[in-house]
Design a protein around this ligand. Structure first.
Ligand SMILES: [Zn+2]
Length: 379
């Protein structure tokens, strides 16, 4: 009898250890296993040699932290844990100089009260914590401040104050110019904020174009221009530039075939065609990076301006989220995609290990019952 009890205890301990190991793997170790396959892209020169980048950056999009109004508490807890683990593991393994998040940081920024907003910001700061040698720059998305026709500008100023950004600004790092845009206030809108952003963009385009010219100080138009490193800008924004649908996208994680041909609505799914053309004409960017669509997409505008839409970083929006790694020098760049663990892998591991332990427990109790009947002494 004592032997039987000891055997039961050993089995229970084994089952507990097995399930604890699966839990540890799925919630912690899997992020290291998957992200060890990510590496910084190399910048190649035309002569075939490699160039050392002056800047290494992460680009994330659409984290959509749930607020107090939508979603189940467990959904929120799970997604935030996944994003926190993914981000902290990526920081530890890849050590970027700077991280950009391309909007829709929150899911309910447009509706949240002051108290809920403060709670959302506190959780965001904890999840995306980092050391002082990694900078974080955050752009607004429509879920943070509303679409242009419904935008609450008080919500925009609240966002700008917390994240220290404005609707149009140039940030220069390692000799690379990043033009940060608030898509909801960009060009073509009739709101007062849109008009002031358009004026600011016009001045920024003059400054950046003057910085590219040799002997610009002799040019009357460039006399009062601010000086930037002589490098065409990289535009960062939430909405993609205008495209009719995702049908023209290429890349590793494009939208599935059944939705790729759905037509986009201007100012809702993408910037308007007019605003997109104006941005390209004014800035002649060497790259445009955007979010909003939740799937990745690489397109080439006017046969010379590449744009990459970054996938959502939240498992709520897809089975296999990802983010972009960018290596930059003032005149060259290279991008690669870093994929995060697949949700289906985690579900299969949990269900498979749970079912295996339950089956073994049943089989074992059936065999032990048979043994105790065989050895029962005669009455
Ligand atoms: Zn969006």
């Amino acid at each position: 009898m004592a032997g039987l009890r000891r055997a039961r205890g050993t089995f229970a301990l084994w089952a507990l250890l097995t399930l604890a190991s699966v839990f540890f793997f799925c919630e912690y170790f899997i992020y290291y296993c998957v992200m060890l396959q990510c590496s910084w892209p190399q910048i190649g020169r035309l002569d075939g040699t490699l160039e050392a980048p002056t800047l290494r950056a992460f680009f994330l999009a659409d984290t959509h932290l749930l607020g107090a109004l939508r979603g189940h508490w467990f959904d929120r807890l799970r997604r935030e844990w996944q994003m926190e683990r993914a981000f902290q593991t990526a920081l530890w393994l890849l050590k970027p100089h700077i991280v950009f998040i391309l909007g829709d940081i929150f899911d309910e920024g447009t509706w949240s009260s002051e108290k809920d907003w403060e709670d959302d910001v506190r959780r965001f700061s904890k999840m995306f914590r980092r050391t002082t040698d990694t900078e974080l720059i955050v752009l607004p998305g429509n879920h943070d401040v509303g679409f242009q026709n419904e935008a609450d500008w008080a919500k925009l100023w609240r966002f700008e104050k917390v994240f220290n950004v404005t609707s149009a600004t140039v940030v220069t790092k390692g000799g690379v110019n990043f033009l940060l845009l608030n898509s909801m206030a960009v060009l073509g809108g009739s709101c007062s904020v849109c008009r002031s952003v358009e004026d600011e963009l016009f001045l920024l385009s003059r400054d950046l174009n003057c910085s590219l010219q040799v002997g610009a100080s002799q040019d009357r138009l460039c006399r009062d221009a601010r000086k930037f490193p002589s490098s065409p800008p990289i535009i960062l924004q939430h909405y993609p530039l205008y495209r009719a649908s995702n049908a023209i996208c290429s890349g590793l994680d494009v939208a599935p075939e059944e939705v790729r041909h759905q037509r986009f609505e201007e100012q809702y799914d993408t910037l308007s065609q007019e605003a997109s053309e104006k941005l390209l004409w004014w800035f002649r960017p060497r790259l445009v990076l955007s979010g909003h669509i939740h799937r990745s997409c690489a397109v080439l505008h006017e046969n010379k301006y590449p744009e990459v839409s970054v996938s959502s970083f939240n498992w709520r929006n897809g089975n296999r989220p990802s983010f972009l790694l960018g290596s930059f020098s003032p005149d060259r760049l290279a991008l690669s995609t870093c994929f995060l663990p697949e949700e289906t892998t985690v579900v299969v591991l949990y269900c498979g290990s749970g079912a295996a332990v339950a089956l073994l427990a049943l089989l074992r109790s059936y065999l032990l019952k048979g043994t105790s009947l065989v050895h029962r002494p005669p009455v």
